[in-house]
Design a protein around this ligand. Structure first.
Ligand code: ADP
Ligand code: MG
Length: 265
């Protein structure tokens, strides 16, 4: 059975793309088959996995808006994961889809045509627009990377409102898997306090362990590989491996059959 996870937060720079690339590579290391989907017109995920978006004739944009077969677009990467790549053309998708019937379902119906992956991870753009809603509509769960700084969690309530709407109107089975603390500075109590406040305020699980802030992450995208390859034994790579193991356990839990997905369910 495939587990589809949307990695979403409308704030940029919270490590959505880094988490998708690193968790994908970690799940592949565990022997799982993985597809990563780049839903951000900035195409950072595509670029960070060693593919130059400018070299691509077709991308996720043509799949979502022009009915191009998804199999024709998926690429293999050196990190052992498959990728449905994006290009800057995807910036037009929001406008192209806006007047289409069933636009919330375009990602879900695209993924239905695929073979058996154990995991599909969706890298969402930094907005709560059509593409993020379509990703949430396709997903079993949503993981919210969160930078543990005081002001960075102000958008969480808005994101949860969107999740609530998606559950009501387009995808009853969507569950919030929790927040993933990123760019975590364990030397300060401050980070811990912010994390506890957030999980209590919004009644959210915290996916452990926090991903430490380390310079190693800056080097990986330029190398076209995830940090699991460029810095195999670094603390950051190790943290993502542990999170991946926890996600595998989480996926084994019984799934929600109703719109209710509470903490501890
Ligand atoms: P988003 O997709 O949410 O916009 P990115 O994954 O692109 O965020 O990350 C934003 C920036 O932060 C990138 O330059 C990335 O290399 C850097 N980064 C991500 N995670 C870490 C980390 N744990 N430590 C240090 N830098 C990180
Ligand atoms: Mg990104």
């Amino acid at each position: 059975m495939t587990t589809t996870l949307a990695v979403a937060n409308q704030k940029g720079g919270v490590a959505k793309t880094t988490s998708v690339a690193s968790l994908g590579a970690a799940l592949a290391e565990l022997g799982h088959s993985v597809l990563l989907v780049d839903l951000d017109p900035q195409a950072c995920l595509t670029f960070s996995l060693g593919i130059d978006p400018e070299d691509l004739d077709v991308s996720v944009h043509q799949v979502l808006t022009q009915g191009v077969e998804v199999d024709e677009v998926i690429l293999e990467t050196d990190d052992g994961v498959d990728l449905l790549p994006a290009t800057i053309e995807l910036a037009r998708a929001e406008a192209d889809l806006l007047t289409r019937t069933g636009r919330e379902h375009v990602v879900r119906s695209t993924l239905e045509d695929l073979g058996d992956y154990d995991w599909i991870l969706l890298d969402c753009p930094p907005s709560l627009g059509v593409l993020t809603v379509a990703a949430l509509t396709a997903a079993d769960g949503v993981l919210v990377p969160l930078q543990c700084e005081t002001l960075s969690h102000r958008g969480v309530g808005q994101l949860l409102d969107t999740v609530h709407d998606v559950r009501r109107f387009t995808n009853k089975r969507l569950e919030v898997w929790g927040v993933l603390p990123t760019l975590f500075d364990g030397r300060t109590n401050h980070s811990r306090t912010v994390l506890e406040t957030i999980s209590q305020t919004y009644d959210l699980e915290v996916v452990e362990p926090p991903i430490p802030k380390t310079i190693k992450f800056a080097e990986a995208p330029a190398a076209g590989r995830s940090i699991l390859a460029t810095s195999r034994s670094s603390k950051g790579a190790q943290a993502y491996r542990e999170v991946a193991t926890n996600l595998v356990q989480r996926a084994a839990r019984p799934r929600a059959t109703s719109g209710k997905a509470r903490k501890g369910s």
